[in-house]
Design a protein around this ligand. Structure first.
Ligand code: ZDP
Length: 279
């Protein structure tokens, strides 16, 4: 047994356990993540995020494990909480903060209230449209392409934000039986590394409503990379402007797809509690 110190934070109600793992961890993170994320037997979270030693070109490094223990390349809501976790506690310095992730170095700007990080803007980099890179089982770009899932034909648009996303525009997100259809997208053979699926209703040219079924985590109250994927899919198919607010069950995220192709995502980062757990 070892004692692990942690903090729990959320961004738009997408919650994560954060651990300073710069000096190592008492165990394999892929095995620790499901135990720590368990909402009945553990702390409860959508994923585990580790602070790792800095590397060249960045102030620090983060790594995210989904609640099922799978490794994700990138995490939009988690990276905002990560910035608050390290800056408020003085663990890392740097403004703008450069965070190395498995999807490249992300630059982060923070807005403070009462000396503490309250809102965070992340340069999420550029969207990747190439099918084999996302990856999906097809060449070229996947924009409004029919795919049969759960006995229905959906028009899907696929994009990688470092991690794979499938965006589907629907007339109603509230009534969608997500627990039934979400896993069928996630495990569809068209997605060789599984997929995060966003179901989107266009409210108007500057607002989207979204529900998400995340790879390795199920339905979550928000997904930052998913909100970016939805925004670029909506703008690219002519449904919206390049600046939108994405309304998620957990709150709003502002997305700006700049003319230079970079996507800026802005949202909250909130401390929940800190603690120690025997592992
Ligand atoms: O790619 C994946 O496996 C996702 N489940 C990772 C988590 C994404 C996240 N919800 C986000 O906000 O981008 C943290």
């Amino acid at each position: 047994m070892a004692t692990l110190r942690f903090a729990k934070l959320h961004g738009t109600a997408n919650d994560f356990v954060y651990v300073d793992a710069r000096e190592g961890l008492p165990g394999d993170p892929a095995a620790l993540a499901p135990r720590l994320c368990d909402r009945h037997r553990g702390i409860g979270a959508d994923g585990l995020i580790l602070l790792l030693p800095a590397e060249t070109g960045a102030d620090c490094r983060m790594r995210i494990f989904n609640s099922d223990g799978s490794l994700a390349e990138m995490c939009g809501n988690g990276v905002r909480g990560f910035a608050k976790f390290v800056l408020d506690r003085g663990l890392v310095h740097g403004e703008p903060l450069r965070i190395a992730t498995d999807a490249g170095v992300k630059t982060v700007q923070v807005e403070r209230r009462g000396g503490r990080v309250a809102r965070v803007t992340v340069d999420m980099g550029t969207p990747i449209w190439d099918g084999r890179t996302i990856p999906v089982d097809a060449d070229g770009e996947i924009v409004e392409r029919p795919l049969e899932v759960a006995g229905r034909t959906w028009a899907i648009t696929c994009v990688s934000m470092g991690n794979p996303h499938c965006v589907v525009f629907v007339d109603d997100v509230v009534g969608l039986p997500l627990a039934e259809i979400g896993p069928r997208f996630e495990r569809h053979p068209f997605f060789p590394r599984r997929v995060n699926t966003e179901f989107i209703r266009v409210v108007d040219r500057r607002r989207l409503e979204m529900r998400v079924w995340e790879r390795g985590a199920g339905e979550t109250l928000a997904c930052g990379t998913g909100a970016c994927a939805a925004a670029v899919a909506a703008a690219r198919t002519g449904r919206t402007e390049r600046q939108v607010v994405v309304a998620l069950p957990g709150g709003d995220l502002a997305i700006d797809w700049r003319a230079d192709d970079h996507i800026l995502m802005t949202g909250d980062a909130v401390d929940v509690f800190e603690g120690r757990i025997e592992v």
